[in-house]
Design a protein around this ligand. Sequence first.
Ligand code: SF4
Length: 233
Amino acid sequence: MPDKISVQNAKRYLKQQQELGETELVLKRAQAKPPVQENTRSAAPNTSLDYYRRQIEKCQKCSLGKTRIKFVFGDGDPNSKLVFVGEAPGSDEDEQGLPFVGRAGQLLTKIIEAINFKRSQVYICNILKCRPPDNRNPLPAEIELCEPYLIKQLEIIKPAVICTLGTFASQTLLKTDIPISKLRGKIHYYQNIKLVPTFHPAALLRNPAWKRDTWEDVKLVRQIYDQEVKNGR
Ligand code: SF4
């Protein structure tokens, strides 16, 4: 018998049971059911990651610390099994303190949604946490100084899959100088984590013809994610 029904429905239920041949009913004391928790992983704060951000957000290790407006640590579900890693904040990101919020960010959101995730279900961050002036490329020394922060973030989040966006993120995590056009489309490994490189969304805005390849790459990301989660990672 359901835990809680109206008197009217109770009468109907008892009649049905009688018609089905039941002669007696066992009455159970109602037990409190645990509340249904939807998507508990994304709701749970990752205190280690928050703590780590607070430890480094005033960083001045390189000159970008002096020119930034805001430090851009990362955004999304800190417990996600999927992490996107880009290059560096641009002007919108610098103003808002969040990664991928400009035009390229809007395209990234569409890409994420195309593989049936909400943006809030994944984690997004960059190699550099501060904006290079005039959106110039990150310098090797800046990458070297900032990379340990990303490594620590990944250590805390423990993703099952990483998708690197563009040359700098891919080459930095894979320790290679192979161009992105040759790295993409395949599964690589960062430590023991599967990593799929693809084009940076800003590059897609300049070269829409690369969208087809990117679509193939992110489908691969989704496939790996499903497999890894199924295997309990
Ligand atoms: S870019 Fe990285 S290393 Fe340079 S100041 Fe910002 S947080 Fe520090």
